[in-house]
Design a binder for this molecule. Structure first.
Ligand code: HEC
Length: 171
């Protein structure tokens, strides 16, 4: 080997050595920082699964296909199976404002508008008993007036008072 060649060989060996050392270093580093991430992922996964299971768990008794589910009917009928009774409006005006206004305030779907005399004159001419009847039992002519304005919990008196309230405003 010439002097020049051996110098090149020495330098080249050092360069290769440094590159190998860097490669090993990076591999070691990758191993080192790879681990905690993997663990964190696994933990995430565990707590995520637990959280999902908790949120998707049934809140009450569940019917199971192919099993005797008759006990569920008893649970449903004793433990609030009936829809909770909402507080009823106090009078005709409140009934109008909480139920009837949905359609009658703006005249939705052919409903005679509140206070619109022209829309009410022919209806009022039918007489109160007819109006009460239509409000209580529903009425279908140009549009659809649902029975009790769609709220079956309303008492007869409340519906009638609401009719009175609307009729008075349209006179
Ligand atoms: C979902 C919409 C809607 C709600 C809610 C509603 N109405 Fe009506 N109502 C109508 C429509 C539509 C008409 C017109 C029906 C027609 O002429 O075919 C009507 C008509 C009426 C009439 C006139 C009936 C007639 O013989 O001309 C009365 C009285 C009446 N509603 C009372 C009430 C009362 C009281 C409530 C609340 C308890 C109520 N409505 C809630 C849609 C509604």
């Amino acid at each position: 080997m010439s002097k020049h060649d051996s110098k090149f060989f020495n330098t080249f060996s050092v360069v290769i050595g440094v590159l190998v050392a860097i490669t090993l270093g990076i591999m070691a580093l990758a191993r080192h920082i790879g681990d905690p991430f993997e663990q964190a992922r696994a933990e995430d996964d565990k707590s995520l699964r637990a959280a999902v299971a908790e949120r998707t768990a049934p809140t009450g008794p569940v019917a199971i296909a192919g099993k005797d589910n008759s006990a569920l009917a008893i649970v449903a009928s004793t433990a609030g199976g009936e829809a909770p009774k909402a507080a009823l409006p106090a009078n005709g005006e409140e009934t109008y404002k909480s139920v009837c206004t949905a359609c009658h305030a703006q005249g939705v779907a052919g409903a005679p508008k509140f206070g619109d005399k022209a829309a009410w004159v022919a209806r009022l001419a039918q007489g109160k008993p007819t109006l009460y009847d239509h409000a209580l039992n529903g009425y279908k002519n140009k549009g659809v007036m649902p029975a009790r304005g769609g709220n079956p919990a309303l008492t007869d008196d409340l519906v009638k008072e609401a009719v009175d309230y609307m009729a008075k405003a349209a006179q």
